[in-house]
Design a protein around this ligand. Structure first.
Ligand SMILES: *[C@@H]1O[C@H](CO)[C@@H](O)[C@H](O)[C@H]1NC(C)=O
Length: 320
């Protein structure tokens, strides 16, 4: 029985994750690049970033780093959904869960998830951002510079040997070699500071929005209809995502190892917050907010949809 429930989590989480990543990864890539722009604004916004990325790196350029998500999304989703359900079960009395219980369960789920999320984000960000640094070199200051000014990159030599494209495995090995396990967990504190509040907002909001559809529209098992779960997931996801965007900006900045021309490196969360405030002003903390809502709403809508449709249950039924 237990084993079967675990398999259901795994299949639901896996299917949702794979579909979700395929649908929205390019927007996630644009988010990372927009958040990392400090001085030179190579990209004017999400659409401009996608257009420029496709132009210089091809359609698949928008999927740089997607392999990390495609591989790790299944364990990540499984941990989060399972943890949330376990905490909710443990905290409920006579089948009822008070609001503080919902918040606490979300908090616990967020904490468990960070173990997988941090290394995932770390690798994903390096791969996604590599093209921005390259674009900054060619489209940035070099373009406005006079013809006599020395160029950072010699175009001739750049053509002879195309820039190195590190793989996820390459970056992992490099990080482990130079910084040990801590290298993969850089930004863990910031990730926790983003994901715990996210879950604390998302899970109770989703559960309550979803419950609105029970009553008259529910099916025979008393579950909300699919569209209701989908809308509830999208709404709760985007609200939670936008609310924690400032923490996401800080996290992305801290985790980015390779900085562009004249870009700040940060010692930690406080140092990063101070420097962004001083150099870029408060509006910088909302960079990528639109992208985040557009990434997270469909991801969660799809996840909850698969979960409620019972894809895992159906798959196990077919097998057994
Ligand atoms: C990739 O995984 C990270 C870490 O969980 C997540 O924050 C991000 O939203 C994911 N992106 C996509 C497009 O699935």
């Amino acid at each position: 029985m237990r084993k079967q429930i675990e398999s259901i989590y795994l299949i639901n989480g896996g299917v949702a994750g794979l579909v979700g990543v395929t649908c929205v990864f390019p927007i996630d890539l644009a988010k990372t690049r927009l958040q990392n722009q400090q001085g030179v604004q190579v990209y004017k916004g999400m659409l401009d970033c996608l257009a420029k990325t496709i132009h210089s790196e091809g359609y698949f350029g928008c999927y740089r780093g997607a392999a990390v998500n495609l591989t790790l999304v299944t364990p990540e989703k499984a941990i989060k959904l399972a943890a949330n359900d376990v905490f909710r079960q443990k905290l409920s009395k006579d089948g009822r869960l008070p609001l503080w219980g919902e918040v606490l369960a979300g908090c616990g789920a967020g904490t468990c998830q960070v173990v997988v999320t941090t290394p995932m984000e770390m690798l994903k960000i390096q791969l996604q951002d590599a093209g921005r640094i390259a674009a900054q070199r060619t489209q940035g200051p070099a373009r406005t510079a006079t013809a006599t000014a020395p160029s950072l990159v010699n175009p001739a030599s750049a053509q002879q040997s195309p820039p190195q494209r590190p793989s996820a495995t390459g970056i992992t090995v490099q990080l482990l070699k130079t910084h040990g396990l801590a290298g993969l967990y850089r930004g863990a504190g910031a990730t926790l500071m983003r994901d715990v509040p996210f879950s604390m907002i998302y899970f109770p909001l989703f559960a309550n929005l979803n419950a609105l559809g029970r009553g008259s529209n529910s099916d025979m098992q008393g579950r909300a209809p699919f569209w209701q779960s989908f809308v509830a997931g999208c709404t709760a996801g985007s609200i939670a995502a936008i609310a924690v965007t400032p923490l996401d900006v800080i996290k992305t900045r801290i985790q980015t190892l390779q900085k562009g021309e004249g870009e700040d490196t940060y010692k930690g969360i406080i140092d990063c917050t101070r420097r962004i405030m001083k150099r870029e002003g408060p509006s910088a903390f909302l960079k990528g907010a639109t992208c985040r809502a557009l990434v997270i709403a469909p991801l969660f809508g799809i996840a909850q949809g698969v979960y409620f449709l019972g894809v895992g249950e159906a798959a196990l039924g077919l097998l057994g």
